[in-house]
Design a protein around this ligand. Structure first.
Ligand code: C2E
Ligand code: MG
Ligand code: MG
Ligand code: MG
Length: 290
């Protein structure tokens, strides 16, 4: 009789081991634990004003730093964070980190701006406004120095997104539509969203000079943004040719590896101060039509 019992026990043991290892390997459990342990840092990618070549700020980009020191980029965990709701504590963490890390620099230099990425959920509910105003309270950083970016997908619920955008702009923040061109991108949709700037997605920037038919799309996007009197930021600028092309067509700002990769905070501040020394005091606050 002990043979079947032995087999059953054996199967039970294997299942138990499988469950334990599964729990350890489940990406969601992994991410949950990482959020709990705050294994996240922020890198800052310089944003360059085309006309002057000066750095006017940075985009804050989330990074997962695993206990072994390896860095995971957001493409590998943002979707899961959004599905699971973990994006909310992650957003809090980014905003707190940015305000804490940049406090001194932002206070000393009123021309410096930091852009944060706002998730769809936070655009829909407007929760981001409380998170940001709480973080800024008592910090003597002006709201004008904190920009926000939301993707087209993040503004899909146009009624609630418009409300969040309008309230954010009332508070003094500049709002940009991120990854522009990858979603709905029609004029009518754009007109419904109170925005200051458009960010051209890097997939379009990379077509410049390749002769690909899609490179005509970039001219179209620029024309559209201009007709709506929006500032234009190009992302993913990697070559001088791309930068020249965009500058010639009146693109206002650019970011990309040509200028700098996203940097840890000390390196970003050093980068920023170096361009300050070159250009003196910075331009006025960037603001689109109200
Ligand atoms: P994004 O907001 O469009 O950010 C631009 C992405 O392009 C960044 O990827 C940046 O590192 C990358 N990039 C910048 N310059 C170049 C270049 O010259 N060439 C190439 N090939 N890539 C360049 P990253 O940091 O991996 O972030 C990916 C996306 O994850 C972001 O796209 C954004 O949508 C999202 N994300 C990042 N941080 C946050 C965050 O704090 N909250 C939320 N909700 N989303 C975030
Ligand atoms: Mg962005
Ligand atoms: Mg973008
Ligand atoms: Mg993008």
């Amino acid at each position: 009789w002990f043979l079947p019992v032995g087999i059953l026990l054996g199967i039970g043991l294997v299942m138990l081991v499988l469950r334990v290892s599964q729990a350890r390997l489940s990406p969601l459990a992994d991410l949950q634990l990482a959020v709990k342990k705050k294994e996240f840092i922020v890198h800052y990618q310089p944003i360059i004003e085309m006309a002057s070549g000066r750095c006017i700020g940075a985009e804050a980009l989330l990074r997962w730093r695993r206990p072994d020191g390896s860095i995971v980029r957001p493409d590998f965990f943002i979707a899961l964070a959004e599905e699971s709701g973990l994006i909310l504590p992650l957003t809090d963490l980014v905003v707190d980190t940015v305000v804490r890390e940049m406090r001194d620099t932002l206070r000393q230099d009123r021309a410096l701006h930091i852009a944060i990425n706002v998730a769809a959920q936070d655009m829909k509910t407007g929760r981001i406004l409380e998170v940001v105003s709480q973080a800024l309270a008592g910090s003597d950083i002006r709201p004008e120095q904190l920009w926000m970016e939301a993707t087209e997908r993040g503004c899909m619920d146009i009624a609630s997104a418009s409300l969040t955008l309008a309230r954010a702009r009332e508070m003094g923040h500049s709002m940009a539509l991120d990854d522009f061109g990858t979603g709905y991108s029609n004029l009518q949709y754009l007109q419904g969203l109170p925005m200051d700037a458009l960010k051209i997605d890097k997939s379009f920037v990379s077509t410049i000079g390749t002769g690909a038919a899609t490179s005509a799309v970039i001219d179209h996007i620029i024309a559209m943004a201009k007709s709506l009197k929006l500032y234009i930021v190009a992302e993913g600028v990697e070559t001088l040719e791309q930068a020249a092309y965009l500058a010639e067509r009146g693109v206002d700002f650019a970011q990309g590896w040509l200028f700098s990769r996203p940097l840890p905070v000390e390196e970003f501040v050093a980068f920023y101060c170096a361009t300050l020394a070159d250009y003196g005091s910075g331009p006025e606050i960037i603001r689109g039509p109200q």
